[in-house]
Design a protein around this ligand. Structure first.
Ligand code: 13P
Length: 248
């Protein structure tokens, strides 16, 4: 399985900036050596998909679980798909901790993504106080347990392990920390053996290869370092150079 290198632009890069990004984004990777995904703001997905010049897939950063309705400001999975998205990020820590999304809502969104034919990319991860209290495994098993059954029989899905204390802080999990957490996620996924598990949290060009070489780390989900086309190209190149079992 090739590594997944996904960028989460968060609330950055409107349509014009997305076009500028792709006018410069040209990683030195062979076609098929890495799977590139961009989670763009809703309003930029179509412009990004038009402007891209390398093989890449696009996703939205959040969806509502209803297909349509009187839900001002929300976007449904079906609408995201119509705009050119083929994946949807669900349950990102910023959604959980800033907007108060809970496990049941995350599961409803996973089901909505599946209904619309979007690949759900579900985020899990512990707070620093949970890690310090020795609750890493309990938290990850609870978060994964809330949606795992909704992925059974689904053609494609992914999970992203993003320790909340490592997001946007410059603090990164060590490859050993990542391997431990990914092992827990994989075990909590049970029969869902083929689901790639990505690592996110202060991934940079300098640590990307080591993280992607860790056991059970199938790729990365990159925030800040995905905003600059040259920096993100170096992470894509790192992903293309990593073969299962270690760096090539
Ligand atoms: P940073 O790479 O900026 O830490 O963000 C990680 C993240 O939240 C990706 O979804």
């Amino acid at each position: 399985m090739v590594k997944v290198v996904a960028g989460n632009w968060k609330m950055h890069h409107g349509p014009a900036a997305a076009e500028r990004f792709f006018s410069r984004f040209s990683p030195s990777v062979e076609v098929g050596a890495v799977r590139m995904v961009f989670f763009a703001p809703d309003l930029s997905v179509a412009a990004a998909a038009r402007a891209v010049r390398v093989p890449a897939e696009f996703g939205v950063q959040n969806i509502h679980w209803e297909a349509a309705g009187a839900l001002t400001g929300e976007t449904s999975a079906e609408m995201a798909r119509e705009a050119g998205a083929t994946l949807a990020l669900i349950g990102h820590s910023e959604r959980r901790h800033i907007f108060g999304e809970n496990d049941a809502e995350v599961n409803s969104k996973v089901r909505a993504a599946v209904r619309a034919g979007l690949v759900p990319v579900v985020c899990v991860g512990e707070l620093l106080e949970e890690r310090r209290a020795g609750r890493l495994e309990t938290v990850l098993r609870r978060q994964v347990g809330a949606f795992a059954r909704s992925l059974a029989g689904v053609p494609e899905s992914m999970v992203a392990y993003e320790p909340v204390w490592a997001i946007g802080t410059g603090e990164t999990a060590t490859p050993e920390d990542a391997a431990e957490a990914h092992g827990i996620v994989r075990s909590a996924l049970g029969d869902l053996a083929g689901v790639p598990v990505l690592y996110g949290g202060s991934v940079k060009p300098g640590n990307a290869a080591a993280l992607m070489s860790a056991p059970d780390v199938d790729g990365v989900l990159v925030g800040g370092a995905s905003l600059d086309p040259d920096v993100f190209a170096r992470i894509a190149e790192a992903g293309a150079g990593v073969r299962p079992g270690g760096p090539s």
